[in-house]
Write a protein that binds this ligand. Structure first.
Ligand code: BGC
Length: 354
């Protein structure tokens, strides 16, 4: 009997030692080490909870929409998970982003979030994090389906938070279809439009462009493209392109579709400076639901936008990453829906100015 209880004691001692060596204690038990020294000195200190250390690399800080996204992500990680967030600006340079991710790995981050500069880098970044045993979540720009399948097949702790940009494009087309003249302001039976696109080759740009027009045509409307160009998600570039289009095609333009709101805000300035009456003799539509754009919608100057839910996306990214850090299985992809915003539905606005 005595031998038996000694055996049980030894068994628990071995298990306990193994846990100490592997550092396998659950994340919540990682407490501030000041606790023990303070109580040794006889002072009672309420232990501060320390959460995971998270590295975040954003493709560029001067993107208005990504500014909203990263601020929400940081705040949510800190408030919900007591995380230590190291946020870095890749400045539109993939090599810089690679360096930042390697630094996160050598700094011992518990998890990494990447808003990739170039989609072609996703595979190598996923491999680097996976090799180091650090969970990774891609945000805003979604790696290709084959790449996502690879994570699943190889049981890599990698996931991504995406949207369906076909949905955003379709909503843009529907917004124009819902106008009294279905976008055909001059009643010639054709909607003549300008398309201001985001970055070249970017999936959001491609799908929003394609599906906005598809929705119009599926609604029985004939369309004619007068002008298109890549404004790289940027207000000034969007304004410049709109000025060019207005100089070349003037009153023939009935609708200006913009792949995002920064560009639609720029296009609006160009339209007003050209003496057109936005909302009356020309329609404009964007994506994101930036605060300024929503204000212009309320004023009747911009016809509509599509809410690109940065809160939902950043919170899903944080929750997914922390689940993986805690050893839970997650899906390789989560989708957050877009919401159509017009004058009737301007109940939901987001903060952010250009
Ligand atoms: C947003 C754009 C943003 C881009 C950055 C898109 O989803 O609509 O405003 O510039 O993401 O990748």
């Amino acid at each position: 009997m005595k031998r038996l209880s000694k055996g049980i004691f030894l068994f628990f001692l071995i298990i306990w030692t193994a846990f100490q060596i592997c550092g396998c204690a659950p994340r919540e038990e990682k407490k501030d080490t000041r606790e023990s020294s303070a109580s040794e000195a006889g002072t009672e200190v309420v232990p501060e909870e320390t959460g995971p250390k998270i590295g975040v690399s954003i493709y560029r800080y001067d993107d208005t929409y990504m500014k909203l996204y990263r601020l929400e992500l940081k705040q949510y990680l800190e408030e919900t998970y007591h995380a230590e967030v190291i946020m870095r600006n890749a400045g539109g340079d993939q090599k810089e982003q690679d360096r930042q991710v390697n630094q996160f790995i050598s700094d011992g981050c518990d998890g990494i979030i990447i808003n990739p500069v170039e989609m072609t880098a996703a595979g190598a970044l996923a491999d680097a994090c996976s090799k180091a045993g650090i969970p990774l979540v891609f945000i805003n720009r979604e790696p290709k389906e084959e790449e996502q399948k690879r994570w699943e097949e190889k049981h890599m702790a990698v996931s991504c938070i995406g949207t369906d940009s076909r949905q955003a494009g379709t909503y843009q087309g529907e917004i124009i279809l819902e106008t009294p003249d279905q976008g055909d302001l001059n009643s010639d039976g054709v909607v003549s439009y300008v398309m201001l696109m985001g970055e070249e080759g970017n999936e959001d740009s491609l799908y929003r462009t394609e599906y906005s027009i598809k929705a119009l045509e599926e609604g029985g409307i004939k369309t004619e493209k007068l002008f298109s160009g890549n404004g790289n998600w940027n207000k000034d570039e969007g304004k410049k392109l709109a000025q060019e289009a207005l100089a070349s095609f003037g009153s023939r333009i009935e609708v200006i579709f913009c792949n995002n709101d920064s560009m639609v805000n720029g296009a609006l300035e160009a339209v007003e400076e050209a003496g057109r009456v936005p909302g009356k003799d020309i329609y404009l539509v964007g994506v994101d639901a930036l605060q300024d754009t929503v204000k212009y919608i309320k004023e009747g100057k911009i016809t509509g936008t599509v809410l690109n839910d940065h809160e939902g996306q950043s919170q899903t990214a944080a929750d997914t990453l922390v689940k993986m850090i805690d050893g839970e299985e997650v899906d390789t992809r989560y989708q957050v829906d877009y919401i159509k915003i017009t004058a009737i539905s301007t109940f939901h606005t987001v903060k952010g100015e250009d």
